[in-house]
Design a protein around this ligand. Structure first.
Ligand SMILES: Cc1cc2nc3c(=O)[nH]c(=O)nc-3n(C[C@H](O)[C@H](O)[C@H](O)COP(=O)(O)OP(=O)(O)OC[C@H]3O[C@@H](n4cnc5c(N)ncnc54)[C@H](O)[C@@H]3O)c2cc1C
Length: 460
């Protein structure tokens, strides 16, 4: 294999953004992908990306900017976010938004997607952002794409600079080869949700969660950089996501080969009940906050229960807002009466009816004394208009949120905070950005925005 200016490890959203950006800046780029197909977790994601101060927000009458986004990120991360990594996002977020649109990514925006919060999620059809950038990358004369080719180790030159990667191609019998990277290597290999060993090391509490995300996301970039002394951040902050579908319900253990997906009817007013048909949480909380409480319910199982008014708020994307699509796929159960819904779900009819009656009375009173949900966020938040719906769900490990320490230029830092020259990282493999909790839409956002930032830095 010949040498390149830049080698990018992993062809998800971060890798494609980095590779295309670096090539457009004049670098020759090798984009490596371990799997059969590009896309990783990015093409399975709901599709919402966080940007602040966009034309779509302005057109919807929403006033927003980077400083407000910084405040929101730090508030969500309880101030434990790394300020440089957050700054890197702010440096590149609006430019990345415009750059993606120019390259065929189609965003939509609904101001009232997350009441009562200011919405920054810019929706894309699932996979569309990665598809569009990958198509552009393939068409670029300076990008060479190698699927089924796994990066194994980073090579350091005599000056300590990372100047190559050893790889193994699945369709070659040459064994391990080394490819040179004159300007540097960008790690964009995603997280480690599919590595039992790393989940056991950093997040053993989620070993039982439904594993979601890219099938080849076994933390390779993390371990490759770790072997060179890279610093790690947020490793204790891995949280599963509440809301993963149970594809073969009522069978909880066998998915029947179907891919679990996420759905959040609770963001539009659904109540969440457990197997005993009792509410157990403030449904307006973030799905990361709900996951810990859901894990303690019987069988780790919950039901989002809603009515036709909430079903009518379904949006085609982001995917977790597509209640109608979930119904068509059989992930949501429907019945004309609560008794019918109880029969379908196995919930006790009397308990379910009592729970909804109590909840509706809280909505009428304007206060939820049980869990403090802001019940006035919706015009009429009562769950009362047939047909009725239930979405059985559990916790899913979608993304691992933690990883390598980087500076504002996306250079990987060692355990002493010094840059490992020639080594950059972007996307889910980066730690420190989220801090103590996840701000929804910054997974894909971090991939695209930091991917572009790393591409500019490595080629610059
Ligand atoms: C169901 C679900 C819904 C989600 N919804 C959203 C959402 O709506 N909004 C949001 O912001 N985030 C969402 N996320 C999180 C988001 O998808 C991820 O944070 C993001 O896609 C990570 O992008 P990435 O490019 O860093 O990694 P990935 O897209 O996973 O790409 C990494 C790539 O690297 C490849 N790779 C791994 N190791 C190697 C190696 N050794 N050599 C070569 N290649 C390698 C992998 O095969 C993979 O293709 C969701 C996640 C899931 C699972």
């Amino acid at each position: 294999m010949s040498d390149y200016d830049v080698v990018v490890v992993g062809a998800g959203l971060a890798g494609n953004a980095a590779a295309l950006t670096a090539a457009e800046a004049g670098a020759s780029v090798l984009l490596l992908e371990k799997g059969e197909r590009y896309g990783g977790t990015s093409v399975k994601a709901g599709g919402g990306l966080v940007f602040a101060g966009t034309d779509l927000q302005t057109a919807a009458g929403v006033s927003d900017n980077g400083e407000r986004l910084r405040e929101a990120l730090l508030a969500t991360g309880r101030g434990q976010n790394d300020p440089d990594t957050v700054q890197a996002y702010l440096d590149h977020q609006l430019d990345t938004y415009a750059w993606m649109r120019e390259r065929g990514v189609v965003f939509d925006y609904h101001a009232d997607l997350q009441p009562p919060h200011l919405n920054r999620l810019h929706g894309t059809a699932p996979g569309q952002a990665t598809d569009a950038l990958h198509t552009r990358a393939l068409a670029h004369p300076d990008v060479t794409y190698r699927p089924r080719c796994r990066a194994l180790r980073l090579r350091r030159g005599g000056d300590g600079r990372v100047d190559g990667v050893s790889v193994v191609a699945a369709d070659a019998d040459r064994g391990e080869e080394t490819v040179g990277a004159r300007r540097g290597v960008v790690l964009a290999s995603g997280g480690f949700a599919r590595s039992d060993a790393l989940v056991r090391t950093f997040a053993p509490q989620w070993l039982e969660a439904t594993r979601m995300g890219g099938a080849d996301n076994t933390g390779d970039g993390l371990t490759m950089a770790w072997a060179l002394g890279a610093g790690l951040a947020d490793m204790a902050q891995v949280e599963a996501s509440f809301g993963a579908s149970v594809p073969n319900f009522p069978d909880l253990d066998d998915t029947g080969g179907a891919e679990p997906k996420l759905l959040y009817a609770n963001a539009q007013g659904a109540v969440i009940v457990n197997r005993e048909a009792r509410r157990f949480v403030n449904e307006a909380l973030n799905y990361k906050q709900i996951s810990g409480v859901c894990a303690r319910q019987t069988d780790g199982l919950a039901f989002q229960v809603f009515d036709q008014r909430i079903m009518d708020r379904s949006l085609p994307h982001p995917l977790p807002s597509d209640f109608k699509g979930a119904l068509a796929e059989g992930r949501v159960l429907a019945a004309d009466t609560l008794a019918g819904l109880a029969a379908l779900t196995g919930l006790d009819e009397a308990a379910l009816t009592a729970t909804l009656a109590a909840y509706n009375s809280y909505v009428e009173a304007g206060e939820d004394p049980d869990f403090g949900r802001p019940v006035t966020a919706f015009d009429d938040g009562r769950i009362a208009v047939a047909p009725f719906y239930a979405y059985p769900c559990r916790n899913g490990l979608t993304t691992t949120y933690c990883g390598l320490t980087v500076d504002r230029s996306l250079r990987v830092l060692d355990v002493f905070g010094e840059p490992i020259e020639g080594l950059y990282a972007a996307g889910e493999v980066v730690g420190g950005f989220h801090g103590a909790a996840y701000y929804s839409g910054t997974g894909l956002g971090k991939a695209a925005v930091l991917g572009r930032g790393a591409g500019l830095a490595v080629a610059g």
